[in-house]
Design a protein around this ligand. Sequence first.
Ligand code: WT7
Length: 644
Amino acid sequence: MKIPFHITNTEEYNRCYTESVQNPDNFWNEIASNFLWRNKWSTVLDYNFESARFNWFVNGKLNITENCIDRHLLTNSEDIAIIWEPNFENEASHFITYRELHQRVIKFALVLKNNGIQKGDRVCINMGMIPELAIAILACARIGAIHSVIFGGFSSKSIADRLVDADAKMIICCDGAFRGKKIIPIKSIIDDALKLYSKNISVIVYQRTKTKINFNPSIDKWWHEEMNKINELTDPLVILDSDDPLFILYTSGSTGKPKGVVHSCGGYMVYTAYSFVNAFQYHKGMVHFCTADIGWITGHSYIVYGPLLCGATSIIYEGIPTWPKSDRFWKIIDKHKVNIFYTAPTAIRSLMSYGLAQFENSKLNSLKVIGSVGEPINEEAWHWYYDNVGKKNCPLIDTWWQTETGGILISDLAGITKSPPSIAGKPLPGIQPVLVNEDGNEIVDYGTQGKLCIKFPWPSIIFTTYRNHDRCIETYFKPFTGKYYTGDGAYLTKYGNYRIIGRVDDVLNISGHRIGTAEVENAINSHPEVLESAIVGYPHPVKGEAICAFVIIEHQSNYTQMLRNEIENCVSMQIGSFAKPDRILQVPGLPKTRSGKIMRRILRKIASGDTNNLGDLTSLLDSSIVDKIIELNNSDQINNFEKF
Ligand code: WT7
């Protein structure tokens, strides 16, 4: 059977889905044939769930950047690959064609080489949302260096942890990054991070904000000076194995230490392009605007790799949604005639609070598809987005996936399959979701919530966790034998669509940022006055979830606003200010089981003000603590009303 790369109707979706389950080798063999390989694979898939080993397109050789760039040069070299929209409205947009991108990537890849970077070396990238960020990523991939992009909101301590874990040889950064009215002093944050990193490292600094920086010529090099040294564009392209690592991206889990999720070249390439084309129904010539930061997986897969693999025009926007005004996204959509717009529910909810006047001067009539990612989109936000942005004319896809999955796994295919508001939809071809109960048995009936697992590999499945493969096995493949465990809860509707509930492990989702409770607790516990703490999430109208910290203080009378600020500071310094608790509650004790485990379930209910039904408290060591915490929570809510 011939497998179409681009699914165009429901019947085709059903046919492809069935084939992908019944005959996955044939299915992915056909899909992968749409790319440029230097050497064809000998085996489509060789895998073992127990040892978390997934080898896709075995013995296949390729370079993903040839597929992202060179492949389009023959016929589409003058197409725009990247449109850069600066933070400032009066600064000109940049348009980078595929031909220009090709040259700039090769040139910067030569800079990397001149600075001693080779295949397999880890290069950390910490820049604002500028085209050079995409160029740096692609230049690494061109020579087989493993990029590790670090989100601009992380503190120097977090950056240092990631440099150490990755054993990085180079950092590519900028002097500063513009975000609305703010300038983030990236280089100085890096300087502080390097105080905690003892290895030899070189730093390449792109000048964007003209912020004054410390420049240490023995380590630091200017991007523009290094580029000027390149006279001849001899392509340094390195051909890689399908399962050579492409990048590391750190993400939070239920332990205190973020893990380096590794994706490999071949599988990631095939699946990001396939999911991009089908979920968004991309057609040649379309302009795609994903508002995520490239420091997260959404930006990797659907600003850089997915769109470029398909020859699309991808927008990189430097600023924030609400600056200078709340109509900024809408102006960008009209200005660049955006066809696909992809954002997060938290952005939608924050824009909702500005009212409908923000749409007065925009048409938004170029839009064809709108998408949502990062957390379940609540019905109110769904309708607002569908009505006011999509003008009731554009399919809204609610795309479920994770850093570890590399690409979208569950979503409608825009305009082809249709799910009601707040339901993510059906699995893409190749994806075999299954819900399991606590005992690991499959749930087959509709409406019963279970833990979401995937029972067959897909090409962009997590390859490993960097330098700690056991952790990859433990976290994702041990909980349920023969399955990938997502950490999310979900149920199935009677039409075969998935409703994702959210995390069921100790991971929070704050404004679409994934944060481990243990990480925040470690940061808070580092304060000398704090004896113990517990972090839980509670519903928040804009962020989706907010953080409530229950802390036990050594000298209770010391509990002042200053201490509160210091505790917040510990979190900002050790993780980043986006992880700061919204509420800090001093408590005399925490609800613990006899074995000493904190019962977060109870704290979650208290933090969300839902104290009528706390469930079974009999396993608690001291149940009187619960009443005391409820009382403190109530008085704190009154005292801190402005915090909500
Ligand atoms: C977690 C993954 C995937 C890119 C952004 C976040 C939650 C993501 C949805 C959605 C419900 C969603 C899940 C998931 N999530 N998309 N459409 N509906 N929940 O990537 O940081 O790896 O976080 O985000 O809880 O496990 P991430």
